[in-house]
Design a protein around this ligand. Structure first.
Ligand code: ZN
Length: 426
């Protein structure tokens, strides 16, 4: 009898525990605190991601979590996007495919006082498989609640340099200003706007930026009179190795060019975004690494266009450089890709073959000269320690580590006259 009472009491306790757990679970907020990997070392941003899944649509959005003036402004914008999206998509009851809205918020620390925020919304209508990307930016100073305008930052005349993108969305970043205009993204370095710098920024604007911070904007650009090389990483991005390489580059104030495969881009969108946001260049290495010389014109175009599309959907940027797999080029490839610069290399690290830093590092360092383009592969984990040594030794030898486009620009190549590059040696 005692045994039966014991079992009965245990059962009651179990049931009570289950009810308590159930109530607690039901009360749990669907909001998840997140810290995006690319906000480290940038603006401090706490975002919350929420998911809303109905019969008609799927919405996955981020909103900022603190109550500052700028956070509220960003959240008001996100709310308006959601409202419009719901109005447009809640009536399609028999849709085969749900409408989808996802939005990411990225923040950028430009200087200690200046910050930029970018909201990237990707939208797909009911029954469609095509995504549209919408980008909205906010730029502000920490010390006051004014949004930064280009008029406040630069003297009259700067419009001539940025011309038709003037009215569009712009994002202040560490070394340059990004402009977003529908299909087109462009980037202008502060250096090219230097002659329009305001003489007394603190007095001349209501932005409360100190002279020192303002001057910082115009430092940190490529010096054409110093040695430079472009390191390139092929076949990625990779969700571990590429992050490690990005850290190495950032620690050394260096940039590189990543020739990506479309299939790896679509599998690793967060890596792609960080590669681009850190000021590196992205080039196209085809969708799945075929030898282009063996493909039809139609299939060559498909390989390049699909990769360009997926990079554009993530970054808002369309690459201008193509690295043909195996370096294989013929007249058909050249004419089909006449809108692109074809970038080969003059230093092959053979990292894919040796997988050994003790072979890779001396091979590269034994050959390197001003203007070189170095070939490495970020899909191999053995390339990471090799890249670490190569990057730090090059910096010690006073090389600037720049992107391929920066290299060709500094060496004053005319991209309309030359299509194929093995290096920037003059
Ligand atoms: Zn390759």
């Amino acid at each position: 009898m005692k045994k039966i009472i014991k079992i009965f009491v245990s059962l009651i306790i179990c049931i009570l525990l289950c009810i308590i757990c159930g109530v607690l679970l039901m009360q749990k907020s669907p909001k998840i605190e997140i810290k995006r990997p690319n906000t480290e070392n940038k603006a401090l941003m706490t975002a919350q991601r929420t998911v809303e899944d109905t019969a008609y649509y799927y919405i996955e959005i981020e909103k900022l979590a603190s109550q500052t003036f700028m956070d509220q402004k960003v959240n008001e914008y996100v709310d308006s996007i959601i409202l419009n999206f719901k109005e447009e998509n809640s009536l399609e009851v028999k849709a085969q495919y749900k409408a989808v809205l996802t939005n990411n918020i990225d923040s950028f620390k430009v200087t200690d006082e200046i910050y930029g925020i970018r909201v990237t919304s990707m939208m797909k209508r009911s029954n469609s498989t095509e995504y549209d990307t919408l980008i909205k930016t906010f730029n502000y100073t920490k010390n006051c609640e004014n949004e930064i305008t280009l008029n406040a930052l630069f003297k009259k005349g700067y419009e001539s340099i940025i011309s038709k993108e003037l009215d569009k969305e712009f994002l202040l970043k560490e070394k340059s200003i990004m402009f977003y205009d529908g299909e087109i993204t462009s980037q202008i370095s502060y250096n090219s706007l230097k002659e329009y710098a305001k003489p007394n920024i603190f007095g001349a604007s209501n932005l409360e930026i100190t002279e020192e911070e303002y001057d910082n904007l115009f430092s940190n650009v490529v010096d054409p009179n110093r040695k430079m090389v472009a390191i390139t990483f092929d076949d990625g991005p990779h969700n571990v190795n590429t992050y490690k390489i990005l850290d190495l580059l950032e620690e050394n104030n260096a940039r590189a060019t990543f020739f990506m495969l479309g299939q790896n881009v679509s599998a690793n969108p967060d890596v792609v975004r960080k590669v681009y946001d850190n000021g590196n260049e992205i080039g196209i290495h085809t969708w799945d690494h075929p030898q282009l010389t063996k493909l039809s014109v139609e299939n060559i175009t498909k390989q390049i266009q699909s990769t360009s599309d997926v990079i554009y959907n993530i970054t808002g940027y369309r690459p201008k450089l193509v690295r043909p797999p195996y370096g294989a080029i013929n007249d058909k490839v050249k004419s089909t890709l006449s809108d692109y610069s074809l970038i080969l290399w003059n230093i092959d690290s053979l990292d894919w073959k040796s997988r050994d830093e003790n072979k890779i590092v001396p091979l590269v360092m034994g050959e390197v000269q001003d203007g070189d383009i170095i070939l490495l592969h970020d899909i191999h984990s053995t390339t990471v320690p090799a890249a670490q040594k190569i990057i730090s030794q090059l910096v010690e030898q006073d090389y600037q580590l720049v992107t391929v486009s920066e290299l060709l620009e500094a060496k004053e190549y005319d991209l309309t006259k030359t299509q194929i590059f093995y290096s920037g040696r003059q």
